[in-house]
Design a protein around this ligand. Structure first.
Ligand SMILES: Cc1ncc(COP(=O)(O)O)c(C=O)c1O
Length: 311
């Protein structure tokens, strides 16, 4: 479920979406050089609200800009200022829970591809967003496929950046999956190793061990991925980062996807092959519960991951 934001934050000011004009000559609109984040806030057990791992998301936003040579000087905002902008946007839209979308982009100016001197803008929007892959899927799992599209290689892309134009690859994979009756696409690299899904990192469980592709592969360094790995280790689940191909995935006891939007989403089948028992498995269930307890502040632990606010 999505709802249109009423106000967006642009370069230091909250403006109504109707008044927020974007030039048709915005460079990023034409060519896709920009960086963005997807962040969630959750209503907390104590009646307040909290944004989950806000600092890490904004630090990754700035790192993405660094990768594509949008400098700190051009952004002209600190990490703390963009964090505050996220919270201001949630409050302005009366969102006790919501999805937050900051974007740093090149504005209008030169229309050549290099555009080294175009102005750099920062925008933050926020809206209500329920379970990304559907509420049912969190309990019963999704049907996924291995995509015909490959995740772009290190030699031609910067996969550690959450970069606007880079998502064409993900969109093509996702559209193909949906049109073929699947909820999500899993992308291999050019050598046939599993990388991640169109907007999520991927984990499999084999003989009680949690296994995920290593950061040295062409995957995004997901913040939910890091969170789940830490929570797993706290539960004494052994965690391994290693390469594997699709055959190991088909034979896994459990598979799940992680992402800020998708949270911890079980996968019940891949390319028509049932995974494990064909529903959310026991380790996935336990890690998913722990994840929701942490993001919702049901327990006091990991409070440094939650930036509190009230609406
Ligand atoms: C390609 C891709 N991989 C992984 C993720 C998961 O990242 P995170 O857990 O930081 O949201 C996302 C979502 O941002 C993504 O777009």
């Amino acid at each position: 479920m999505t709802s249109t934001p009423v106000q967006v934050w642009i370069d230091g000011r909250l403006v109504t979406t109707d008044a927020a004009k974007l030039s048709h000559l915005t460079h990023t609109f034409h060519y896709g050089l920009g960086a963005f984040e997807g962040i969630r806030s959750y209503a907390q057990a104590d009646g307040t609200s909290a944004v989950f791992r806000l600092r890490e998301h904004i630090e990754r936003l700035f790192a993405s800009c660094h990768l594509v040579t949008i400098s700190r000087k051009e952004i002209d905002l600190s990490v703390d200022q963009v964090m505050a902008a996220c919270i201001d946007t949630l409050r302005a839209n009366d969102l006790a829970e919501g999805y937050i979308r900051p974007v740093i982009y090149l504005g209008a100016g030169a229309m050549g591809i290099g555009a080294l001197t175009n102005p750099v803008h920062t925008m933050v929007a926020a809206w209500e967003w329920g379970a990304y892959l559907g509420a049912e899927s969190l309990e019963h799992g999704i049907d996924a496929c291995v995509s015909s599209f490959r995740r772009a290689e290190h030699s031609s892309t910067l996969s550690k950046g959450k970069l606007t134009g880079q998502y064409i690859n993900s969109i093509l994979a996702k559209r193909e999956a949906i049109r073929n009756g699947y909820a999500e696409a899993i992308l291999l690299n050019s050598q046939g190793f599993v990388t991640e899904a169109s907007g999520e990192n991927l984990f499999m469980i084999c003989d009680g061990e949690l296994i995920t592709p290593p950061l040295g592969m062409n995957i995004l360094a997901g913040i939910t991925r890091a969170t789940v790995m830490e929570l797993a280790r706290e539960q004494n689940i052994s965690v391994a980062e290693r390469r594997f191909a699709r055959d190991e995935l088909y034979l896994a006891d459990e598979v799940f996807l992680t992402g800020t939007a998708a949270e911890v989403s079980p996968v019940r089948s891949i390319d028509g092959r049932t995974i494990g028992s064909g529903t959310r498995g026991p380790i996935t269930t336990s890690l998913q519960k722990r994840y929701f307890d942490v993001v919702k502040g049901n327990e006091g632990e990991h409070s440094h991951w939650r930036s509190s606010y009230t609406v």
